[in-house]
Design a protein around this ligand. Structure first.
Ligand SMILES: Nc1ncnc2c1ncn2[C@@H]1O[C@H](COP(=O)(O)OP(=O)(O)OP(=O)(O)O)[C@@H](O)[C@H]1O
Length: 578
């Protein structure tokens, strides 16, 4: 919680002004019983209506000042809390945007969403309340005690017993409720996770008829959260009747003891009434303080969860003195003894890789599922850093380059095509907002996307729904390929990006690509031999090792793994032709 105190700094002046106003409000509240005592003791007893009216008017004025102060403080507290929440959200978002895949693996997406929304809202609510109570309650409580002792020290034991009783009750409730706060946030995470999975996987759920199973799973998460919330609220609800009971008992005790003092002329009636009000103020103050002690730990749980995100440094940070690409940069990609294991993973998934992807050539990577193809290309993007060896682009070790600078040189098409809500044009211009329509059209032509874009009524202005759900898998792939081509980058990485294309389109696309990309380095991951057989260099990956390197023809002769793959996909005639 303390880690987030720095977020209050920009609002220090506002908080100071609020504290001043709270002092005024507390003093106004503490002054009123004195005036009331005066009205009773002096005004009522002596029948001086003028005195009563004058004192009454003063009381109204004091009340107005107190109310005004209270409203202004409320306004300032809300502004400060909303501002802190906004700053926190911004910082969490900025940090999450800087996370590498390793940190995303560490926090679940659902938890990151809860932390950015629900947890920050908790902090905001409690902060607004704290600003209003943290100074007001102690001033009111201790001011009330001093005033009460001054007015009648002999009745202090009544207030003492009341405060001790209240604190005791609050301490018991507090110890029961506190452990549940952490649990509640975890249950919110769980509910988010189940909801997300259900919405994302709705088609699979329907296809497998598992609606009831998912409903039960959701119900369980929902019910767990409801029960825990109910438990906490039931306990907290006890506080009010206990407080009312204590207050009423205190009133009775004061009247009981006070009336004896009044009848023995040790105390005025007005003083007894003022004493009663002080007692109420003291009890209220202690109650407010206790509420804070209950709410603060709840916000502290949320604050810790938010701070955890903000304080998690991305595992990949740019070199403060980065290297730069030469002006006559050759877009060659070189792997030197590269090994890699996932953070927390068991053992290397890539072993001692050595190869050069030359400029103007296509380097294709083929291998069974899980052999490490995506991992290999993700290392070039620096989504993860190599654990051993080095990757060189244009002669520079990519660890010494700024990631922004490196990625600027790469047109990347991920294995899973992701489009953003907007239009076809906004998606294609995603990597280069300044691209003109000719470039966009040219890229679409190479990616074989023109055909379906042209059939659409609004062509490039056609809407793309969230997640690209209103285009087919193959169309989505073609659009992501075109998006990468619009960047006009010296290096292209296609991670299994042709898998949803039919063989004919796949071939047309590769031919156009070869013609248009000229001197660019192309790194192409594929499952289909027909997609890669014309590549200048083919790497055969098996269990994270390069077991074959060469052209299609040479590999057919020398590499058993490649021969197996080719045999399983090509006809005898096609193989014999080679
Ligand atoms: N985030 C991760 N954390 C831990 N291990 C991972 C992670 N991602 C992948 N792996 C493991 O690394 C190995 C290589 O995975 P990778 O995705 O690179 O294979 P691939 O050859 O691209 O497979 P496919 O053809 O199915 O896409 C696999 O054994 C996989 O289980």
């Amino acid at each position: 919680m303390l880690k987030l105190v720095k977020y209050l700094k920009p609002y220090a002046l506002m908080i100071l002004a609020a504290v001043m106003l709270l002092l005024i409000q507390a003093n106004c509240d503490l002054a009123l019983p004195d005036y009331m005592a005066d009205i009773v003791n002096t005004g009522v007893m002596s029948g001086g209506i003028g005195f009563i009216l004058k004192t009454g008017a003063t009381m109204i004025l004091i009340t107005l000042i107190g109310t005004l102060a209270s409203i202004t403080v409320g306004f300032m507290a809300s502004m400060t809390a909303a501002g802190v929440a906004r700053d926190l959200r911004k910082d969490v978002f900025k940090r999450v945007a800087a996370f590498t895949n390793a940190e995303f693996d560490q926090f679940s997406t659902a938890s990151l969403i809860t932390r950015t929304t629900n947890d920050i809202t908790q902090i905001q609510t409690v902060l607004a309340m704290m600003i209003r109570l943290i100074f007001y309650a102690p001033i009111l409580g201790f001011g009330g005690i001093i005033k009460a002792i001054n007015s009648s020290a002999s009745m202090s034991w009544i207030i003492g017993i009341a405060v001790i009783t209240l604190l005791g009750v609050i301490a018991i409730l507090f110890s029961i409720v506190l452990p549940k706060f952490k649990l509640i946030q975890k249950l919110v995470d769980r509910l988010n996770l189940v909801t997300r999975e259900n919405i994302d996987g709705m088609l699979v759920i329907r296809a497998f008829n598992t609606q009831q199973f998912e409903l039960n799973r959701f119900d369980k998460a929902n019910e767990d959260l409801t029960q825990t919330n109910l438990f906490v609220n039931r306990i907290m609800v006890l506080l009010m009747p206990v407080m009312m009971l204590v207050m009423n008992l205190v009133s009775v005790a004061i009247v009981w003891v006070g009336s004896k003092h009044v009848s023995s002329f040790q105390m005025n009636i007005g003083d007894m009434m003022a004493y009663m009000q002080y007692a109420m103020q003291i009890i209220m103050a202690f109650l407010m303080m206790s509420m804070m002690f209950i709410l603060v730990p709840r916000a502290a749980v949320s604050a810790d969860r938010v701070a955890e995100v903000i304080e998690t440094m991305p595992s990949i940070v740019d070199d403060p003195n980065p290297d730069h690409f030469e002006a006559d940069f050759t877009p060659e990609v070189v792997f030197k003894d590269v090994s890699f294991h996932y953070p927390g993973g068991q053992g290397d998934v890539l072993h001692q890789l050595n190869f050069t992807a030359k400029a103007g050539q296509t380097t294709a990577i083929i291998g069974s599922t899980g052999s490490g193809k995506s991992t290999l290309v993700n290392l070039i993007m620096r989504f993860y850093d190599v654990t051993d060896g080095g990757i060189y682009v244009g002669g520079k070790n990519i660890k010494n380059l700024k990631r922004h600078m490196l990625r600027d040189k790469i047109g990347y098409v991920p294995q899973k095509s992701i489009l953003f809500s907007g239009t076809i044009e906004s998606n294609l211009k995603y990597g280069d907002q300044t691209a003109d329509i000719e470039t966009v059209e040219q890229a679409s032509r190479i990616a074989q996307a023109t055909e379906f874009i042209e059939t659409k009524e609004e062509k490039y202005a056609s809407t793309i729904a969230q997640g690209g759900t209103n285009v087919s898998g193959g169309q989505k792939q073609r659009l992501s390929i075109a998006r990468a081509l619009v960047k006009n980058a010296p290096i292209y990485i296609f991670d299994d990006s042709f898998s949803a294309l039919d063989v004919k389109t796949d071939q047309k696309l590769r031919t156009a690509l070869k013609k248009e990309t000229g001197d660019s380095t192309i790194i192409l991951v594929a499952q289909r031999v027909s997609t890669i057989m014309y590549a200048e260099q083919i790497l055969v990956l098996d269990n994270g090792r390069i077991v074959g390197k060469g052209t299609h023809e040479s590999l057919l002769r020398t590499c058993e793994v490649y021969r197996e793959i080719a045999r399983s996909q090509l006809s005898e005639e096609e193989l014999a032709l080679e």
